[in-house]
Ligand binder design. Structure first.
Ligand code: SF4
Length: 339
């Protein structure tokens, strides 16, 4: 049964500047369900982080024109007051960012910082808040949490600091966790551990997770649903299996062909040529056309709509489904499956 926690409908976030309007988010719709992780993938400037900063009410509305709907448990957060948003953040929606060092105050003990988050939202004693902070550190797998709670952030490794941030984000039992590039600043060896912690807590606490990453590979193992963004818009959406085994859009296919995969023997990786477009001067037609190896006549003049090609697997590309399948065979056949 569907249990939608967050539903975003046709979200647009435009920033008027002296050089023109930056269309950072330009028509984004998606849902996050309880017990599911939505992996949101795109290069820098694709609009993925701005989308979720807007969901959290962290965009300065004086400098941005925002439209659409952000329905969280049925309530449109775009109409919420600052006080309501402050209550929802942390209490109902937790968020973790890329760099845990800059998200924690270096002068305060880790346990005290988590306890402060509790005291800001709950009427409990300082002693209770500290005890709950220790329990939260235990929940995310930090050994000897009583001692660790008395330490300062610089006494934690990068991976432990990110675990502490996850503890802080989840200590108030939110329903939704937004994780924006949570592993990017970490050593490769601890990245998988942090993703495992998030995945395990998602299942144990039955929360919804939005996992934002520039890398499809990062979201592959822990997402049930995937949205790929380009130039402020979703260009492919579907289940993890749909997007990973049968990508439709040339950009998603390019992302999969340009990185090594553990399930494929790769003779040659194919990089995506060029760089992401300016969000002030977004290319006409399909925004990806200047970089697309498959572009043809209508691509530079007609913008393709996001269309469901069956089973909820949608993409925004003029190519026929047969042509996309042929492209996929050609690209992914170069990556022979590992026996
Ligand atoms: Fe490439 Fe055209 Fe499809 Fe855009 S619409 S991704 S340019 S083939």
């Amino acid at each position: 049964m569907s249990d939608v926690l967050l539903e975003v409908r046709d979200l647009r976030v435009h920033f008027p500047t002296a050089d023109g309007v930056v269309k950072a988010v330009d028509g984004v719709s998606f849902t996050v369900e309880r017990g599911h992780t939505l992996g949101v993938v795109g290069e820098s400037g694709s609009g993925k982080s701005i989308t979720f900063l807007t969901v959290m009410g962290l965009i300065n509305r004086k400098s941005a024109i925002v439209s659409g709907e952000v329905l969280f448990e049925g309530r449109n957060l775009l109409e919420a007051t600052n006080d309501e948003l402050r209550h929802i953040r942390g209490d109902r929606i937790g968020m973790i960012f890329q760099d845990p060092m800059t998200s924690m105050h270096p002068m305060y003990r880790v346990g005290d910082q988590i306890a402060e988050a509790i005291l800001a939202h709950r009427s409990v004693s300082k002693g209770d808040a500290r005890a709950r902070a220790v329990e939260a550190l235990r929940l995310v797998g930090i050994p000897a949490p009583e001692q660790r709670a008395r330490q300062y952030p610089h006494e934690f490794s990068g991976g432990m600091r990110q675990r502490a941030m996850i503890a802080m984000a989840l200590v108030l039992d939110p329903d939704l966790l937004i994780a924006d590039e949570p592993t990017t600043a970490l050593d490769v060896t601890v990245q998988a551990q942090i993703l495992e912690v998030i995945d395990e807590l998602k299942q144990r606490l039955n929360i919804g997770v939005a996992l934002i990453s520039h890398s499809l590979a990062t979201v592959a193992d822990v997402s049930q649903d995937v949205m790929v963004m380009y130039a402020g818009r979703p260009i492919e959406q579907g289940t993890r299996d749909q997007v990973f085994t049968a990508p439709l859009h040339p950009y998603a296919l390019g992302l999969l062909s340009s990185v090594p995969r553990v399930d494929r023997r790769v003779e040659r990786l194919v990089p995506i040529e060029g760089s992401p477009p300016s969000l002030i001067h977004v290319p006409s037609g399909c925004a990806f056309h200047p970089r697309c190896p498959y572009r043809f006549a209508p691509c530079d003049t007609e913008r393709p709509d996001l269309r469901d090609r069956g089973g909820g697997h949608a993409d925004a590309c003029h190519l026929s489904v047969d042509q996309k399948a042929a492209n996929r065979r050609e690209r992914l056949d170069m990556q022979e499956p590992v026996a």
